[in-house]
Design a protein around this ligand. Structure first.
Ligand code: FAD
Length: 572
């Protein structure tokens, strides 16, 4: 337009015109900027032509949803207090400098840019979800940037909640004040500094050996995958790097893992948890099982030994609290509104729709998928195996049935086969403890109800979150097609329930790095792999799972750098 307009004017007028058009452009640009500034308060009210999808969170579930979403069909608004995605499985490596923090994060704007189309990102935290009026209240991280107020509302047609979880302290006194957590990049960086601080403090002159030992006692509360991996990383850091830099205190260092259950890594196969325990014993890492932490102070951890009820105290230099996941306040508040207040975690149906409200979906650590249908299926498999309708199965028939269930529903395997099956098995004994020859289906029904809540919830892992994100974006991408064809795609016709196939989790296995270039892996098909070769498998899987080539190259570079030069122990 500008070119065409200019050609019809003499040269000085051309200049004037260009000037005025540019100024006009600038004014219009400035206007649009100030408008967008104003509209950033309610940006998705500008063009409500397309359905508005608001996504809360840029973790595993949120980014996996965004990565595959067909953004041309929706007006997408992403809200998260972090403007990056963090590859959480490598967080323990950041605590000791094996991998640098910036190597495992990818800016969200870069990720969403790949999609093209209309995705707006707001660096803000969602404070409240008003499911009745389909809007959310957010607060930006910046006080000074928004005129007067840093809070704003966003309206949605569909809301995707992927805000993850927060640390669960079980209201233990002193935990918030004196313990470290390992959930965010900042946590890992703080731990790295504290570890070095403990060593620097321990070599200051004028201290007794007892004080030095206290400073160099690193305690990890929680023997799950995160706690175990951190203990292994720290052990490697101390023995491969720090002992050479702080030789005078090298014999005073101690690492302890406190676990309330009987074994560490108790969600893994038994072979893995006993391999880990033996490895830790060889490495001199203390594993205290069957102990519950009752309080923490700046210098002591107070414990109760479960079996004897005896109270004891352990001095510490640093504590990492790594015991399970808790619900974020915004999710708790929503649960109160929609009648889920008595639950621990947000319940969704098998299509990831939050129960009790319209057009709200929840994925990842903040939600749990009701697997009631699976329980129904399990019972029907039992009943089908009872060919003579006697209401009983022989032990052999029962074992076949369990195998059948595990093949059909791999996610049930984690609970049924490994742990709770043994609880169920206990019910197979008669009152005097002898094995029964037959199993009563009704009794089984009762036993299954007891483990029902365990079977219902999927593990809180990146794997589940990513699969849920990919599943939901698939549903969103086909929504328009399903609207024009209300019976749904041909292959789902006749189901009569929903146009989409329900979410099914595929368990692809899990790793536990144990330090000293050794790892344990639980692979599909009940395979267990242990030792050095597994560590190389871990390197290749984690390199391949990086979200971009940039982070992949950086992570591999960090590993190589560590092999050649060791870890950096400067406190900067
Ligand atoms: P997250 O990834 O935690 O993302 C939540 C997002 O929501 C974040 O972007 C956060 O900033 C944002 N958010 C928070 N509050 C709000 C709010 N109010 N409003 C808007 N946005 C909000 N899993 C594995 O499968 N394998 C592993 O090896 C593994 N290792 C792990 C190691 C560590 C140290 C940790 C902490 C976890 C590990 N996990 C692993 C678990 C895995 O990280 C989680 O299961 C996964 O991150 C869950 O994904 P998510 O999207 O639900 O939550």
């Amino acid at each position: 337009y500008l070119n065409r307009a200019i050609n019809g004017y003499p040269s000085c007028s051309k200049l004037l015109l260009v000037f005025s058009v540019s100024c006009g452009g600038l004014v219009a640009y400035a206007d649009s900027q100030s408008d967008s500034g104003r509209h950033s308060v309610e940006p998705n009210q500008i063009e409500p032509r397309k359905k508005r999808v608001v996504v809360l969170g840029t973790g595993w579930a949120g980014t996996s949803f965004l990565k595959d979403l067909d953004v041309s069909s929706y007006d997408v608004q992403v809200v998260s207090p972090r403007n990056y995605f963090a590859f959480t499985p490598l967080l323990p490596s950041v605590t000791c400098g094996t991998v640098e923090a910036r190597s495992i994060v990818e800016p969200v704007r870069k990720l969403v840019k790949k999609r093209g189309g209309d995705i707006h990102f707001s660096e803000a935290e969602c404070l409240e979800i008003d499911a009745g009026n389909k809007k959310i209240l957010c607060r930006s991280n910046f006080n000074e940037n928004l005129v007067g107020n840093n809070e704003f509302f966003l309206e949605y047609d569909y809301l995707v909640i992927a805000v993850g979880s927060q640390v669960n302290t079980f209201n233990t006194p002193g935990v918030l004040e004196y313990c470290h957590f390992l959930k965010e990049i900042e946590d890992a960086q703080r731990i790295r500094e504290t570890v070095i601080d403990c060593f620097e403090k321990a070599v200051l002159p004028g201290q007794s050996d007892e004080e030095r030992m206290t400073n160099l006692h690193f305690v990890i509360v929680g023997g799950g995958p995160t706690g175990v991996e951190f203990a292994a990383e720290l052990h490697d850091f101390v023995h491969e790097d720090l002992v050479y830099l702080y030789p005078t205190v090298k014999d005073l260092v101690k690492i302890s893992v406190i676990q309330s259950g009987d074994h560490i890594l108790n969600t893994f196969d038994e072979r893995i948890s006993s391999f880990a325990e033996q490895k830790f014993q060889r490495d001199g890492i203390d594993v205290l099982t069957g102990c519950r932490v009752v309080s923490v102070s700046d210098k002591l951890i107070n414990l109760k030994v479960k079996s004897t009820g005896v109270d004891t105290s352990i001095p510490h230099g640093m504590v990492l609290w790594s015991t399970g996941v808790g619900t974020r306040p915004v999710v708790k508040d929503l649960m109160q509104q929609i009648g889920q207040g008595n639950r621990r975690i947000l319940a969704t149906d098998e299509w990831l729709r939050v129960k009790g409200c319209e057009d709200v979906y929840a994925l990842g650590d903040c939600a749990t998928v009701a697997q009631r249908k699976i329980m129904e299926d399990i019972l029907s498999i039992f009943k089908a195996a009872d060919k003579d309708n006697s209401g009983t199965l022989t032990i052999e028939e029962f074992k076949d049935v369990v195998e059948d269930i595990i093949i059909r529903y791999p996610q049930v395997e984690l609970y049924l086969k490994r742990k709770h099956l043994f609880d169920v098995m206990d019910l197979l004994k008669d009152s005097s403890g002898n094995d029964r020859k037959e199993v009563d289906i009704e009794e089984f029904k009762l036993a299954l109800c007891q483990v029902d809540s365990q079977v219902k919830s999927l593990p809180a892992t990146a794997q589940v979150a990513a699969q849920q994100g990919a599943y939901l974006s698939g549903c969103f991408n086909h929504r328009e097609r399903c609207k024009t064809n209300p019976e749904g795609p041909r292959r789902f016709r006749g189901s009569g329930r929903h146009e989409f196939r329900p979410f099914r989790y595929r368990h692809l296995g899990q790793f536990a790095p144990l330090g000293g270039e050794q790892a344990a892996a639980e692979l599909p098909g009940d395979w267990v792999s242990l030792g050095r070769s597994t560590q190389w498998l871990w390197y290749s899987v984690y390199a391949s799972k990086q979200v971009s080539w940039r982070t992949r190259v950086l992570v591999v570079f960090d590993w190589t750098k560590r092999f050649i030069f060791g870890r950096d122990s400067s406190r900067i």
